[in-house]
Design a protein. Structure first.
Lengths: 341, 134
């Protein structure tokens, strides 16, 4: 059975408040904030992109897990904001952690669940004994058109997971639920995504997460109350709380992994950053359910049991990293985003 | 910068790989094939050496009128950094209020976008520095 050997995260230092964005567009900041249950979001510096965020997260994962990066046999980077259209981010990461040249590497794209799709591939390669370690990264510098509803939440960040045979948490099982659902997309060459407005809720996010979670819990014989923690994809702060309730989870089970209110939606980074935050505090024996969601649409669900090795693991303290922040105004935000051309 | 040069320098740009003289032990960055002190004796004895990435600001300047390739990115700070291994590097200091940068400030290397060849060209990545919080 494959295990999580290590994890690392990275969230850029800059923040913009939802109220500051609302001010520009003449909306009531407090009601936008409480409606989304998002207060501020991370903003990448002018020289940060999905590759640099992936590298920082990957380096943190290698450092904490104390593995030899040369033993990593596969690196997958899931994102919808790869810096190149053609030229893999995964090769940049592989070089920057000195895992080259004996490994396979590829970029994945599946809206916000590309990183967890990478995790599933690493699990498969480890369990089939093709590789010793695999690294899956979910990272994004999410794009939103100025004035679009997504601008309040589209954020930047990422997490890297190292999968191997023995580690700090066993991945008991994983399943996926996938359909063709056009709730959100970005056409080739277009700078910003389009979305199906209200269509993004019930038939998309909720249907896929609920189905994947139920399928997995039934398969492993668990019910909501058996879990110590649950992490669901976080396009805003409200959706994960509502989906948790639909599945019978209580607030205290999801609080630890709920980062969207303080960093926004990190897209491919979202579920994996949440899971990393849970591992930052988890104790041996804790049981975790993690379910991602990617528009288009699909959900990957993971059933995880933390083991004794977590006690000796050098945890990153992701919440502390997030607290080290600096606020920017809307003008600076546009400059950092490279919107002035 | 050009893709061939960037590609050749990836180990030092990404991972701060310099050279250590096998005779006198001095560390060089950027890498050198011969130690200027030991000269011929160091031939074939220069080994790869990875810097730890930590150092101290020795001097710095704020760029407010940047060269064309950094247009739109000013103001930014360029510093001369004495690495803990004794060699000197020049690099940008990021994620920091420009007013907070000072001589003696402890910094660590981070991975950032350095430059790009326009909208159609290659993107060059490498090291910059950020404040080291202990
Ligand atoms: Zn020498």
């Amino acid at each position: 059975m494959a295990s999580i050997v290590g994890y690392g995260a990275y969230v850029p230092r800059y923040r913009i408040k939802v109220e500051e964005i609302a001010r520009i567009w003449g909306r009531d900041g407090k009601s936008v904030s409480s409606g989304l249950y998002v207060f501020e979001k991370s903003v990448p510096a002018i020289d940060e992109d999905t590759a640099t965020i992936s590298v920082e997260a990957a380096r943190n994962a290698v450092r904490s897990s104390k593995i030899d990066a040369k033993k990593i046999g596969a690196i997958y980077v899931g994102s919808e904001s790869h810096p190149y259209a053609v030229k893999p981010t995964a090769t940049i990461v592989a070089e920057a952690i000195e895992a080259t040249p004996e490994l396979t590497a590829a970029d994945y794209e599946f809206a916000c669940k590309a990183g967890t799709a990478g995790m599933q591939n690493c699990i498969a390669l480890v369990e089939s004994k093709r590789i010793t370690y695999g690294m899956a990264i979910g990272a994004d510098v999410a794009q939103a058109a100025p004035g679009d509803a997504l601008e309040y939440t589209a954020a930047a960040g990422g997490a890297a997971f190292i999968i191997g045979n023995e580690g700090i948490a066993e991945i008991n099982d994983t399943i996926s639920f996938t359909t063709d659902t056009p709730d959100f997309w970005r056409r080739e060459g277009e700078p910003y995504p389009g979305h199906g407005e209200r269509f993004t809720g019930a038939p998309a996010y909720f249907r896929h997460i609920v189905s994947a979670a139920k399928m997995l819990m039934e398969k492993v014989g668990m019910k909501a109350s058996d879990y110590d923690y649950a992490v669901f994809h976080q396009p805003n702060g409200k959706f994960p709380m509502r989906v948790a309730k639909m599945l019978g989870f209580e607030k205290k089970q999801i609080e630890e992994g709920l980062l969207c209110p303080i960093i926004g939606n990190t897209y491919s980074g979202s579920t994996m950053l949440g899971l990393a935050c849970v591992l930052d505090v988890a104790k041996p024996g804790d049981r975790i359910l993690a379910v991602s969601y990617g528009s288009g649409a699909g959900s990957d669900a993971f059933d995880i049991t933390v083991n004794d090795a977590i006690e000796d693991y050098e945890r990153q303290n992701i919440r502390k990293m997030i607290e080290n922040k600096e606020y920017v105004d809307y003008g600076t935000y546009m400059k950092l985003r490279g919107e002035f051309k | 910068m050009g893709v061939p040069r960037y590609w050749r320098e990836i180990p030092s740009r990404y991972n701060l790989i310099g050279k250590k003289c096998g005779v006198c032990g001095k560390i060089y960055f950027p890498p050198r094939s011969i130690c200027p002190t030991c000269r011929r004796k160091s031939a074939g004895k220069m080994e790869d050496y990875k810097l730890d990435g930590k150092g101290t600001v020795e001097s710095f300047t704020i760029i407010r009128v940047p060269p064309p390739e950094f247009e739109g990115k000013s103001p930014y700070a360029i510093a001369l950094i004495k690495m803990d291994e004794g060699c000197y590097l020049t690099g940008q200091i990021v994620d920091c209020n420009l007013d907070d940068i000072h001589i003696g400030m402890r910094v660590e290397a981070c991975f950032r976008r350095i430059q790009e060849d326009g909208k159609r060209g290659a993107i060059y990545y490498g090291y910059k520095f950020r404040s080291l919080k202990s």
